[in-house]
Design a protein around this ligand. Sequence first.
Ligand code: SF4
Length: 425
Amino acid sequence: MCLMRTLIQECVAGIPPLVEAAARQEGQNPRDFARAVARGHVVIPANPMRPHRISAIGNGCRVKVNVNVGTSGERCDPALEKEKAQAAITNGTDTLMDLSTGGDLEIVRKIVLSFDIPVGTVPVYEAVRRAGNAIDLSADLLFTVIREHCRQGVDFLTLHCGVNREALASLKSDPRILPVVSRGGAFHVAWMEHSGEENPLFSEFDYLLEILAEHEVVASLGDGMRPGCLQDADRHAKTVEYLNLGRLSNRALEEGVQRMVEGPGHIPFDQIGYNVRMIKELTNDAPLYLLGPLVTDIAPGYDHLVAAIGGVEACRHGADFLCMVSPSEHLALPLVGDIIEGTRAAKISAHIGDLIRGMDGFKMPRERQMADARRRLDWKEQFALSLFPDAARSIHARDGELDTCSMCGDLCAVKMMQEIFRTKK
Ligand code: SF4
């Protein structure tokens, strides 16, 4: 058992420097912020093995964005993954996850860990790779890989602890069109079905917590039973997993281990609110990390927009952390262009989330400044205030340098109003 105090335990006693810095970054009172960390309402993924920029996630923080990179068996190019990670950072991601499953996993992980932001992984991917397949996985191997990732400086780990035998039974008693679409969830289901045993991440959860506490790594309690299509959203397996995650989340907090919760996949728009509120309630307001939610299944090629729409609604009800969905979701491994588009869509969603939770200053100063710049037809200022100035600048420039834009040209309503009100004055 580790004798060092965890960040949560330090926050019970005072205000650790890391928490003070994170509070200042989020514009919060450090004392209140330390209390929020101690209560598990905020997490700060910051493995002491690898100092990097801080990104606090949860109540009172700006909505954060994660971007997934990583190889597959079909496309394995570490240089491409490095370029994708850089593109994600340039476009404003707060964290990266390395989801590699192809080639030399350690090389790609080292590349991703070389960037100056928090990094997450899904250890079961590597454990299955080493075992050869999911059914030959052993608990020892899985825990060994988890330890290795912690020692290498990974800041948060997706761990599908809620995919237990009870969740598996509910999958059988209340079948879904797409039984499991989470890769990690599928590995655990395959292993449980074959071995007849319980998921070790569930049955040996306290041992898992010891490892995480020792390395100050955040548990991201994975949504292995997330629905894979709208029709599956109200089937039982997802809710059984939520209940499991609620119990495990509280147990982690008792042991002083930082944790957040993942959810909820493909969900009809009108069901997002109660799903988000249910997870928050069951997990005692743990920070919520979402992929999507995807609110339609028939827009492949544009799933970044589908997720952005779902993400805004989720933020309205309390989501804290959005995972980028790229245009190639459900179709192929993303390339650099997909990462740029996906990251930008997620950033827009997160920004709207910040406006909803009043994190842009209650009077929305940047939005107000943009309105003024538009009234003055001040293009330079408009570009400077844009979330993505390069896109705004290049679209405006494509019909030449005009004082209006080429949409209405001489018939520009803004210009007309400028002249009318100037004349009246
Ligand atoms: S030209 Fe039309 S679209 Fe462009 S700024 Fe003026 S009113 Fe707006």
